[in-house]
Design a protein around this ligand. Structure first.
Ligand code: MV4
Length: 519
């Protein structure tokens, strides 16, 4: 968005970033490139975090637990006013989809960098957003328009929809209160458990019915709206590779989406956004069935973790775009019919142990070397020496690659993972290596259940036994021993230091002793 375009709105001078980790850093970079001062909030646990080190100013807002820090909407709005910030960027998670927070910002005269509270609220309820989509002509999964009053109605509705069906929480999202039902005999028990889970998860026990879509893909469309009623689509992201509703790999474009389907899904997403008066960046999630039919699932009213793959194939800086439209700038005409260029893949680097059922792996990052070179982007929230605590989401960074086509992007990702070094904590890198070796991943034959299914069936063998690593390191080990002996001869006492620096041999030993199966 060219700064020279005619513009009558008010430029932002200072933005308060109400988030932490890699997304706080990402937003900070966006601000800096636009010449906007970036302030961040932080909890006591994040005093020495990367965003705090990088920001123009940083303000502690409470102790480690999110409830007492990053979720303190009122305190954050008060802080924004006190420090003279013009706007708040909420990142993702925390307060990003909280309509009440957006409203508080508005009332305090602070620009919320996101959609209006009304648009957020409309998309916050599953049944309500579904109803709005039905009325706007956006394809939704066949099924009910209203919550089910009782079991009797559920039985009749399921028979009409046809099994298998899916019970979903009306207030919900993210898989909570969701039950697949394959036959009439299973319905009563599923109905009761879905209601009670919905009640405990959302404080609302209303559930409704949908046709169960078998083995679809999760394909989402990035949209952008300005404050003048224009909404555009920036194409799709393929997000089917998830482990227990947690995305692991995302890419753009999707191998299942060609120009014609992209146009139709884009039009549906734009219609969805228009129906709620959407502005700023948002994502419309669809299930894409094997036959090419697609269905609206929900809309995420925030910048998403996986936004970089869209940035890399469109060339658009989404954070800059968010800021510009929040200032009142109209979307450029040229963005109307953007087509993806090349292929981008993102992997989410988590501090978790894939060999121990993916349990979080907190600790100090003793060594950190990021991959570099052509087509590589790292969005990290940590640095070497930083401590990863158990207080927050264990995502450390995102590694994103771009190449001319998907096979080259996969090869580049493999190369990048080979350059990546993280020591001191366990990460899910071995899982990425297993995925890269999988023929279905290589061919793009993905669906939302692929990862959980293959992990359960043992079809994603862990990477080659670490003995191989030890072998590869033998020349290095020999060199290190020679060096240590040399050092010992020339200066007694230096041998211990040299040995201490040979952290990689300790790593090799540790790896060699470790089992070679996911557990
Ligand atoms: C579905 C579905 C199949 N059929 N609805 C899971 C989370 C929630 N946002 C919607 N979800 C699903 N809804 C019907 N009618 C399958 C899923 C689903 C899923 C969707 C997107 C991404 C990953 C998923 C993993 C399992 C199930």
């Amino acid at each position: 968005m060219a700064d020279s375009a005619p513009f009558s709105g008010k430029r932002l001078r200072k933005v308060l970033i109400a988030n932490r980790g890699e997304i706080a850093v990402r937003v900070l970079r966006g601000c800096r490139e636009l010449g906007i001062s970036a302030a961040v909030v932080y909890s006591e646990a994040d005093r020495a975090s990367l965003p705090v080190l990088m920001a123009d100013e940083a303000h502690c807002i409470g102790p480690a637990p999110s409830r007492e820090s990053y979720l303190r909407g009122e305190a954050i709005v008060e802080l924004a006013v006190r420090i003279g910030a013009d706007a708040v960027h909420p990142g993702y998670g925390f307060l990003s989809e909280n309509a009440g927070f957006a409203r508080m910002c508005r009332e305090a005269g602070i620009t919320f960098i996101g959609p209006s509270p009304e648009a957020m609220a409309a998309m916050g309820s599953k049944v309500e957003s579904r109803r709005i989509m039905m009325d706007a002509g956006v394809p939704v999964v066949p099924g009910g328009r209203d919550p089910l009053p009782d079991l009797e109605v559920a039985v009749a509705a399921a028979a009409e929809i046809g099994y298998p069906v899916m019970l979903k929480a009306a207030a919900g999202g993210g898989g909570k209160g969701m039950r697949r039902v394959d036959s009439p005999g299973e319905l009563a028990a599923a109905y009761r458990s879905a209601r009670s889970e919905a009640a405990s998860s959302f404080g609302d026990d209303a559930v409704y019915l949908e046709k169960y879509i078998v083995n679809p893909r999760h394909v989402e469309i990035q949209v952008l709206g300005d404050l003048h009623g224009r909404v555009i689509s920036l194409g799709e992201r393929e997000c089917s590779l998830q482990r227990r509703h947690q995305k692991v790999v995302e890419e753009a474009p999707s191998v299942a989406v060609g120009p014609e389907l992209r146009r139709r899904m884009g039009e549906a997403a734009v219609a969805a956004a228009r129906a709620v008066g959407y502005s700023n960046a948002g994502t419309v999630e669809f299930l894409l069935a094997a036959d090419g039919s697609f269905y609206f699932l929900e809309m995420n009213t925030r910048l998403q973790v996986e936004h970089p793959v869209t940035e890399l194939v469109t060339g658009i800086d989404l954070v800059a775009a968010q800021i510009r439209v929040a200032e009142g700038e109209p979307l450029p005409e040229a963005w109307e019919d953007i087509q993806p260029h090349g292929h981008a893949i993102e992997v989410r680097l988590y501090a978790e142990d894939p060999y121990q059922r993916f349990v979080p792996s907190p600790g100090v990052i003793q060594r950190l070397r990021w991959p570099q070179g052509p087509g590589i982007r790292v969005d990290a929230g940590v640095y070497e020496g930083a401590e990863v605590t158990i207080h927050y989401d264990p995502m450390l960074a995102k590694l994103i690659v771009w190449a001319e086509d998907r096979p080259r992007a996969l090869a580049r990702l493999e190369r990048a993972l080979g350059e990546l070094q993280v020591e001191g904590i366990r990460t899910n890198v071995p899982l990425f290596r297993a995925l890269l070796a999988d023929p279905d991943v290589q061919s793009g034959a993905l669906d939302i259940a692929l990862l959980d299914r293959k992990l359960a069936a043992g079809e994603l063998p862990p990477p080659p036994p670490p003995e191989g690593d030890l072998h590869a390191d033998l020349p290095l080990i020999a060199a290190a021993i020679a060096h240590a002996q040399q050092a010992a001869r020339s200066a007694p006492g230096a041998a211990a230091a040299a040995q201490h620096r040979s952290h990689w041999s300790a790593t090799a030993r540790r790896e060699a002793l470790r089992g070679a199966t996911w557990r």
